[in-house]
Design a binder for this molecule. Structure first.
Ligand code: B3K
Ligand code: ZN
Length: 871
């Protein structure tokens, strides 16, 4: 398969003004009739029209009411080309499709008993022949015909305009969406669904009907999603002045879905994981996910739908921006500091390794083989960090001025990342040319900071150097423009006034934003009365790796006293990382990893825990094995695991009884879902997680499992028990499955805890679980729970030295390749990260990648990942 290049973009040859669709949903095949009003974009007759089409059977085609002679068109398995067309014409096409055979879950497919669609990015071409590209925007009218008993609810985008019954007993409903949209935002749902209904009145008085549709057995689990939707709507009005624009907003929950959710205009389709929630069966984390994803999809109505992407290289235009809006919203719902810590954890766990691996790509990629492979942490999460940097560099007001100009200029258009940057620059009269490198250069920049204190002159100088490692296709990088937010602490941990040389004497804030633009820059601070401790990259103000040679004491001081919560957390993490890396560097496995500085920092966290339990939980969590691995030139997962466990044992030895106290004080037995209760649960579970690495903890874990009154506590205990091969673990796993065997989302958790088990025989257990009657390769949530959790979340056992983990993954990917290429390609990613593993692991991983690469009939998706992964 050939790569598609951003540089080859061509404007469409034709526009489609309106699309009239009619779906006849039958169990033995669906007939799709479409009528398109088309016009040549240059106004001239004669240009060929190229329509995309995939797995379609063409039944009829006519132009301006006349059947089209075979000589005027050509069909192959990807497209339909029509010749000798007038400047303006009506095109009618009838196709047959088979949703019940569609396991790729793109286009129209069946999930459980219902029909649903997923068209982003290129799914609409599996429904009918169409110029399936986001810069072709049309007004859609959709009629759905189906059996009223099996499919009483028939939905599409926009407003419901008509309905009726046919003589043969079938019923139909017609929908009209007045907003021109690209085909990727089209949606259709048909099924027997329960509806949770509510209303929202917008600031300008539009009365909006809100509906969440679920299968009947899921009723009662949508209150949280509905509340989240209403807060998101109110938040977008309050902060951005953006209102909803249709009379209804519908959400449908489906079991089989490749991603989290989809922002189709007026009709979001959601993975059940991202919409259903109740305390009995969902963890606190699940509640947060639902709130975040509901908000994210809602925010797309403006950032994505009203203003959309010109082409798929611009994906971050809508995704990075919408993730940032989602993050702003979530920060406003609870503790902004704790939310920021979570964002940075995700960025480091998912995006930094991507940027350092063979699939590294810029936020705006230059080429792809399959666009589905580019819904990545780089496009989403690094993309969001890029938007966050505009916000920091321009200030909140400047950022909102830019957003306003962006909507004013581009509402109703399909545009580019450059257009967004231009709106930000023009609204603030700023030159952001250098900032645009964040879109074009891949790789995680490194900031090396050195300092010098001149006691006589009371002058403190920071030298900041930036560099960026080479990535595939990009050997040399130019310097980035980035905000470095910083402060200085005196030896007592107090913030010092920052008299930047050359700035006015009265201008001495406690925090500054330094604009970094060159390879090397110096910042001189005057009137510095003692050697300060620099507090750098507060709030994680740029997505970079920061290097400053902190002493343990300095990190402990920052952890205890910095004015910025993120930096307090980060200092503790860096201290622990530093000690673990030092231990890894020693020839002999060290008896102790933690030292008095780390232990006293953690002791401080425990003593202040009641002030902010959620923060304390974050501060007590050691950097993950994956994060440690990401700091190393050569990764030995077993050594990393040993060192991290040793560090935890040191912590238990010194602080064990305090951890027990914290655990007992914060452990709850209720289902309260307020922020304070969730924070205490997080703290209790984190303390339990540490204690569980010690000896004689079986009773403690068993009791926690038994007394659990909510899924957070229950799952925490189950996960910890499942690391051991004993009766207590087996009993808890059996009990858990018994209780919730009928709840798919809980059964996913049951698979997941076993996939994450530290038991040495986990690869064999997973192979057995794949034979379990509840397991299925056609349901992406199941695959992610078992295979994804194992390969991405259990480095110790995935990299078992005999290569069993790699073989298991490769076997599964080969099976999935024929079932669901998108999911197959995603599952495969951990195998492409072989470059920095120890040689034996490297060989095992490459061998499995090659085995996949040599298989017949590889999908485009898997082919792209394998071939890049082997380079
Ligand atoms: N825009 C969708 C992603 C769909 C991806 C399909 N391969 C979800 C989101 O980001 O909101
Ligand atoms: Zn999105």
């Amino acid at each position: 398969p050939a790569a598609i290049r951003r540089a080859d973009y061509n404007a469409p040859s034709h526009f489609v003004d309106t699309v009239d669709l009619r779906f006849e949903l039958n169990d033995d095949g669906t007939i799709v009739s479409s009528r398109l009003q088309c016009r040549a974009s240059d106004g001239e007759p004669g240009a060929d029209l190229l329509l995309d089409g995939n797995e379609l059977k063409l039944l009829e085609i006519s132009v301006d009411g006349q059947p089209l002679p075979a000589a005027r068109y050509t069909v192959d398995d990807q497209s339909l080309r029509i010749r000798d067309l007038p400047a303006q014409f009506e095109l009618e096409i009838r196709t047959e499709i088979h949703p019940q055979r569609n396991t790729a879950l793109e286009g129209l497919y069946k999930s459980g008993g219902m029909y649903c669609t997923q068209c982003e990015a290129e799914g609409f071409r599996r429904i009918t022949y169409f110029p399936d590209r986001p810069d072709v925007m049309a007004v859609y009218t959709t009629t759905i015909v189906a059996d009223p008993n099996s499919y009483p609810v028939l939905l599409s985008n926009g407003n419901r305009v008509d309905a009726g019954h046919l003589d043969d007993g079938r019923h139909w409903v017609r929908w009209h969406d007045p907003f021109p949209k690209p085909s990727y935002l089209f949606a259709l749902v048909a099924g027997d669904l329960a509806c949770h209904q509510d209303r929202f009145v917008t600031a300008s008085g539009r009365d909006v009907l809100l509906q969440i549709f679920v299968e009947h057995h899921n009723t009662g689990k949508t209150d949280h999603a509905m509340a989240a939707l209403k807060s998101a709507m109110a938040w977008d009005e309050r902060t951005h002045g953006l209102e909803y624009d249709l009379d209804r907003y519908m959400i449908v929950a489906v079991d089989d879905f490749n991603m989290g959710a989809m922002e189709n205009k007026g009709l979001n389709v959601f993975n059940t994981v991202c919409v259903l929630a109740d305390p009995e069966t969902s963890t606190d984390r699940d509640f947060e996910t639902v709130e975040a994803v509901i908000a994210h999809e809602y925010f797309h109505n403006w950032t994505g739908n009203r203003v959309t992407c010109r082409d798929w290289f611009q994906l971050s235009l809508k995704e990075g921006l919408t993730v940032f809006r989602e993050h702003q919203f979530c920060a406003d719902q609870g503790s902004a500091e704790v939310k920021r810590i979570g964002e940075v954890r995700t960025l480091r766990a998912a995006q930094f390794p991507e940027d350092a691996g063979p699939l590294a790509h810029p936020v705006r990629p230059d080429s792809y083989i399959d666009i589905s492979n580019f819904y990545t942490a780089t496009v989403y999460n690094k993309g969001s960090e890029v938007i966050r940097m505009y916000h920091s560099l321009l200030g909140a007001e400047g950022y909102y001025r830019g957003m306003q100009l962006y909507f004013k200029r581009h509402d109703g258009q399909a545009v580019t990342c450059d257009d967004f940057l231009a709106a930000m620059a023009d609204a603030n009269d700023r030159d952001l040319t250098q900032f645009s490198r964040w879109y074009s250069q891949a790789g995680t920049p490194v900031l090396e900071v050195q300092d010098d204190y001149d006691a006589t002159a009371q002058r403190y100088t920071l030298t900041v150097r930036q560099s960026c490692p080479a990535t595939p296709g990009q050997a040399e990088k130019l310097p980035f423009h980035l905000p470095l937010v910083m402060g200085l602490l005196d030896q007592g941990g107090r913030s010092m006034a920052l008299h930047l040389a050359d700035s006015a004497a009265s201008d001495a804030p406690l925090e500054r934003l330094l604009e970094i633009t060159s390879h090397e820059q110096q910042f001189v601070f005057e009137q510095v009365s003692e050697r300060p401790v620099p507090s750098l990259l507060r709030g994680f103000s740029a997505p970079v790796r920061l290097r400053y040679d902190y002493t343990d004491q300095q990190l402990a001081l920052l952890a205890a006293h910095d004015a910025d919560g993120f930096t307090r957390w980060e200092a503790g993490q860096q201290l622990a990382t530093k000690l673990m890396l030092a231990a890894l560097g020693r020839a002999e496995p060290p008896a102790h990893v933690a030292n008095e500085h780390l232990l006293s920092a953690l002791d401080g966290v425990l003593r202040r825990a009641s002030e902010d339990p959620a923060f304390a939980a974050e501060a007590l969590t050691l950097p993950s094995e994956a994060y440690i691995a990401d700091q190393l030139a050569e990764v030995d997962v077993e050594a990393i695991h040993r060192v991290r466990e040793a560090c935890i044992r040191d912590i238990i030895a010194e602080l064990g009884s305090d951890l027990e106290t914290i655990y007992r004080e914060n452990r709850g037995t209720d289902q309260a879902m307020d922020g304070a209760s969730m924070g205490r649960r997080a703290l209790a579970c984190t303390a339990l997680g540490l204690l569980a690495r010690g000896d004689d903890v079986e009773d403690l874990l068993r009791d926690h499992y038994r007394n659990a009154a909510n899924m957070t506590d229950r799952l925490c205990a189950l996960g910890l028990l499942a690391h051991t091969d004993n009766d207590a673990a087996a009993a808890a796993l059996a009990d858990f499955h018994d209780r919730w065997r009928n709840d798919d989302l809980v059964v996913n958790k049951w698979f997941q805890v076993q996939a994450m088990s530290l038991r040495e025989d986990t690869p064999e257990l997973i192979a057995q679980l794949m034979e379990h009657p509840d397991f299925s390769l056609t349901n992406p949530n199941r695959v992610r729970s078992l295979i994804g959790a194992f390969a991405q979340g259990n480095p110790l056992r995935f990299h078992r030295p005999d290569g069993a983990g790699y073989r298991l993954l490769a076997d599964t990917v080969l099976q999935l390749n024929a079932i669901n290429p998108q999911v197959a390609a995603r599952m495969l990613l951990p195998l492409t990260r072989w470059q920095r593993q120890i040689p034996s692991a490297r060989e095992g991983m490459r061998r499995e990648l090659e085995r996949i690469g040599n298989a017949h009939k590889l999908s485009k998706d898997v082919f792209e990942v394998v071939s890049k992964g082997l380079q």
